[in-house]
Structures are given as C-alpha cells and as structure tokens.
Design a protein around this ligand. Structure first.
Ligand code: NAP
Length: 551
C-alpha cells in the first residue's frame, strides 16, 4: 500500500458546494491544495440525497453561487425549485468549468486528522492507509451528511430492500407494484411520500410527530412552459416576484437584498406583528402566502419566530388547511401538529396532505401505536404487523456534528474533537475550534448555516477563511486558533439567544434531540445572517481579535 505522505498547503475534506468553492479559491491563489471526497463525484448533499422527489426548497435563482457573474448569467435553472438531478448537474458544471476535478481525490474516506505541534502540520490519513500532510485543513464535510438510522429492535431481520433517504442508491428504484413502508415525516419524507405513493401498490407511513408543510407551488422557469414563466406576476408586489430575465439583469440587487435577511434569502417579510392586525387581515395575508407557496409563508408577520401567540395564528391557519385538505377527519387529526410552526424546519411540498386521500396510503400514528420491532416482513406495532417489500428510513441526520465527529480529529495537545465536544460542540463562530490550530469548519455548529441559504453562507465562510489566509501570509503568522475565552463566550451567546427563540420550543435536530445519546444543545447560530456577518467582519478588521496568532 502506498504511503504517499504528500505535503500540501491546504487539504479540504468534502467536494460539496463548500469544498468546491474553497478549492476554486485555493487554485486562484496558487495554493498547493488537495480535496478528499467520499463519493465518486462532486455535489455533497446533492450527490447522496437522490430519493424520489428530492429537490431544494430554496428558490433556484437564489440557491446558487454568486462568486462569478458569468456563471450566474450562463446557468439556466428550469424550475423555481430545482430537482436534485438538476442541482447535481450544476455542481458538476461548476467543477468542469473551473477545472476543479484534477485536484479532487474521489472515493477517498478520511479517517483521521492529527495536528503535530512540533512540525505545525496536520497529518491526514484515509481509509486505505495513505497519509498526507497539510499546513491548513478545511472541513467542508456538510451539516446534513451523516445519516441517522434509529436502532429499532429486529432491524437486521427485515428481508426486503432497505433504503435511507440520505444515502439513496445510484440506480433507479422502481416501487411499482411494491408495498413500501417509510419511517419518518420530516422534509425528506414529505418530498418523497407523494412521489412514491404515485407508483407503489401500497405505502405505509410511520409517523412519530406530524410536521408542518406548506405548498411549494413549483413552476417552470423556461419560456413557454407553464403559466408564469418569464411573465412578471402581478401578485402582491413581492420584491422577488421577478422573472428570470429581470433577476439576471440585476442579479446583484437580489443578492444584496438576500444578504440583509435573517435567512440570506430574499423574500417579502411583512414588518407587522401578527397581533397588531385584525383577524381578517391575518387571514388574507396567510391565504395569499399559502397560494403563492414556499417558505416565505413564515414571513407573513415579523413575530412568527419570536412570539408564541403570534406563531399560533399561523400554526392554526395551517392546521385548518390540513383539515380542509384531508378528507378523512381521523387521518387529518393525526396529521395536525400541536406545536409551534417553524420550530422544526418548515417543509415545502407538492401534494403532501392530498396524498393521504389516496386509497393506497396508510398513515400509522406511532403515538397511539408505537413500533415494537422490525420483523422479517415489515413493522410490528403494538396493534398489528404491517408487511411490505421495501423499508425506507427517512429518519434524518446526525446534524452539524456527525460528519466531523466521524473523523478522528486531534488537536495540538492530542485532544480528540469527540472528547472536547462530548457535552456539545464548542466553536468560535462555527468556523474554528480552540486547541485545533489552522483548522476551519465551513458552516460548522455555532454558525447560521442551516437557517440560511446554504450556498450564501458557504461563500461567506470560504471568503472569510481565504481573507484570513492572506492576513496570515502577509504578517508571517504560522498558527491561528480561537482563544478559550472567545470560544466560551460565543458558545454562551449562542445558547442565550436560542433559549427564547421559537426554534427551541420543540424537539428537533437543531437541538440534537433526534439522535439518541446526543447532548441536547442548540447547534446553529440563531441570530441571523446579517448579525453574524457583521461579527465576522469586526473580527477580521480588528486583526483577528479573539484568535491566538503565533509567528
Ligand atoms: P428530519 O427532519 O430529522 O426528520 C426525521 C423524521 O424521522 C422525523 O419525522 C422523525 O420524527 C422521524 N424519526 C426519527 N427517528 C425515529 C424513530 N426512532 N421512530 C420513528 N420516527 C423517527 O430529517 P429529514 O427529513 O431528512 O430532514 C432533515 C433536514 O434536511 C431538513 O430539516 C432540511 O433542513 C434538510 N432537507 C432539506 C430539503 C429541501 O431543501 N427541500 C429536503 C430534505 C431535507 P420526530 O419528528 O418525532 O423526531
């Protein structure tokens, strides 16, 4: 086995959108760089999440890179919400256009990354036993890339096909004439259930907690396809109700607007409180957003994320929509969530609730009827056994920390990251970790990441890191890591602002509560993209205050 031991200036782990952009920047700066990628191609989350119906719930005109004006202009998105294959095609296009692939080692799983204090380098090993060295290490391992499969008694006895939405096979799976069981009703399930139900002989949905979802009202963006394409819509005068041509004529304006928003996505946020308007005005606002579709529903009023009473007006509106859509009142009752809307990530769907009107779909409410075990034929609940040919886990991810903790990362005193994070992740800005010099995490825990348009957050992180590299090179600084104090304060600040937030008011992967044994601590930064960027800029402008710099 070859022990390559090549020394790089920079090693990047992951070739998703974060790794690709970091690589692009490194090549531009003539940095000796190498990317390691577990998959056989680029795309990260969009490489793995190939389940039926997978698409992005951020508008495609916004869910794209903005570092290149040419790229922005030349790429053509065909739908308002792009499908997984289209986003993957875009990632491949970027890799080809900027000749990134020669720098990427595919099918390469990194198992360890240890910092050697004496030589001041990271020693990185892959599963094949090959070793590499680098001065800097960027973890571009993704927030939702380590799948979570709950341990259910008897799981290995199931004789049919088993799938996980987050690690879907690369061949076409045909569910025609098959009976299918799916565990979970989060965003991935909400997208796949209607598509699978269209084909399957029967679909059993095993629901532990009902999820809120709003209609996407997806549409074609190609001229001549569909009603609204390339035609300015009259509706509501929303800021981003522009045609593709109009957006492309002034893309930077849309991007600027987005960066001023909490979520780094441009949409019309109503500045009024839900409680200051009449019942009728509230209903009109909710109805128009429901008709328009997508996550901007939650922007109907300014306080839906901060005030429970206000939040309940939106939640009640959606609960009524579910009851109106689902014909069987008993089924509708089971689908109605009783917690705050937007606490778990608001899902966006096409025909989700309508699917429960189909005769080939059965909703199994695990609250009344919990799973006892998985059997050779299907799932045994306390009430009966459900038999099927294929079992799908739509059970989500060990979010934000899983992919990092899966690698044996050790810092300057040999301290293991998994040990340091045993009671929850500790980072400064979600970008760097005390005791782990010259290592950066892109969209790590403690950054806005999953609350934002991910590509915008990725670009902001990568730009910040490369500006930092420039500063280090110019000033002859060899090592950078956060001080203990700045890291402690940032972690505390994160928890302080998360506590009163609606997103803390239920159990979710944001809090790590979906994974058995994972410490419950709020993972992303909930202060919004603009406040976060301001903080990052203050730090870089101050000569990296809060970091320890060693010559
Ligand atoms: P998720 O939101 O964590 O949902 C997992 C589902 O599995 C939940 O319904 C959960 O129930 C259920 N579950 C977990 N363990 C279970 C068990 N032991 N027994 C029964 N049910 C169990 O995961 P996801 O749907 O994959 O979505 C994760 C995130 O990925 C999303 O929030 C979103 O950020 C992202 N995503 C985005 C898109 C998009 O852009 N359109 C699409 C898919 C995913 P409980 O609620 O009771 O825990």
């Amino acid at each position: 086995m070859s022990k390559e031991n090549t020394k790089y200036d920079l090693i990047i782990i992951g070739a998703g959108f974060a790794g690709l952009y970091a690589l692009y920047k490194a090549i531009k700066r003539n940095i000796k760089v190498c990317v390691f990628e577990k998959g056989s191609d680029v795309g990260g989350t969009w490489y793995w999440n190939r389940y039926p119906g997978a698409r992005c719930d951020v508008e495609s005109m916004q869910y794209s890179y903005q570092f290149s004006k040419k790229l922005e202009q030349e790429w053509v998105w065909t739908e308002q919400y792009a499908t997984q294959p289209e986003i993957l095609k875009y990632a491949k296009h970027v890799a080809k256009r900027y000749n990134l692939k020669p720098y990427i080692k595919f099918n390469n799983i990194i198992t360890s990354s240890h910092f050697d204090k004496k030589s001041r380098v990271w020693n990185i090993k892959n599963r094949k036993g090959e070793q590499f060295k680098a001065r800097f290490c960027i973890m571009a391992t993704g927030c939702l890339s380590s799948t979570y499969t709950p341990l259910i008694k008897g799981a290995s006895s199931f004789k049919g096909d088993i799938f996980h939405t987050g690690n879907w096979p690369h061949k076409k799976i045909n569910f025609s004439n098959k009976k299918v069981g799916i565990i979970g009703t989060g965003s991935s399930a909400i997208q796949s259930i209607p598509v699978i139900a269209d084909k399957a002989k029967h679909l059993y949905v095993f629901q532990r907690t009902p999820h809120y979802t709003v209609p996407a009202r997806n549409r074609s963006l190609i001229y001549g396809n569909g009603d609204n394409s390339y035609t300015k819509r009259e509706a509501q005068g929303f800021d981003v109700d522009l045609t593709v041509e109009e957006i492309k004529a002034d893309y930077s304006n849309l991007r600027k607007k987005a960066k001023n928003m909490f979520s780094a996505m441009a949409f019309d946020l109503n500045k009024k409180s839900a409680l200051e308007v009449s019942k009728l005005e509230r209903k009109v606002e909710y109805e128009s957003r429901w008709e328009k579709g997508g996550v901007p529903f939650i922007g109907a009023f300014i306080d839906l994320n901060t005030n429970r009473e206000a939040n309940d007006t939106a939640a009640e509106f959606v609960r009524n929509k579910i009851k109106q859509t689902v014909k069987d009142p008993q089924i509708a009752k089971k689908l109605v969530p009783n917690y705050t809307i937007g606490c778990k990530r608001l899902a966006v769907d096409t025909n989700y609730y309508e699917t429960y009107n189909k005769s080939n779909v059965t909703l199994v409410d695990l609250k009344d009827n919990p799973i006892k075990k998985i059997t050779t034929k299907g799932i045994q609940t306390t009430q009966k056994e459900y038999s099927f040919d294929s079992l799908i886990y739509a059970t989500g991810f060990d979010a934000m920390t899983g992919a990092l903790m899966n690698i044996d990362i050790r810092g300057s005193n040999g301290i293991k990251l998994s040990k340091k994070w045993a009671n929850g992740p500790k980072t400064f800005l979600g970008l760097a970790i005390q005791g782990f010099p010259n290592l950066f995490t892109i969209t790590g825990p403690g950054s806005p990441s999953v609350f934002t348009n991910m590509i915008t957050s990725i670009e902001q992180h990568v730009d910040w890191i490369f500006d930092c590299f420039d500063y280090l090179y110019t000033n002859g600084i060899e090592l950078i890591e956060p001080s203990e104090e700045s890291e402690r304060d940032w972690v505390q600040h994160n928890q302080d602002i998360a506590k009163p937030h609606i997103r803390s008011s239920c159990s979710s992967w944001y809090r790590g509560s979906n994974v058995e044994g994972k410490p419950e601590i709020f993972l992303p930064y909930v202060g919004g993209f603009p406040a976060y960027v301001k903080k990052c800029e203050e730090i870089s402008k101050s000569g990296y205050k809060g970091f320890l710099l060693t010559k």
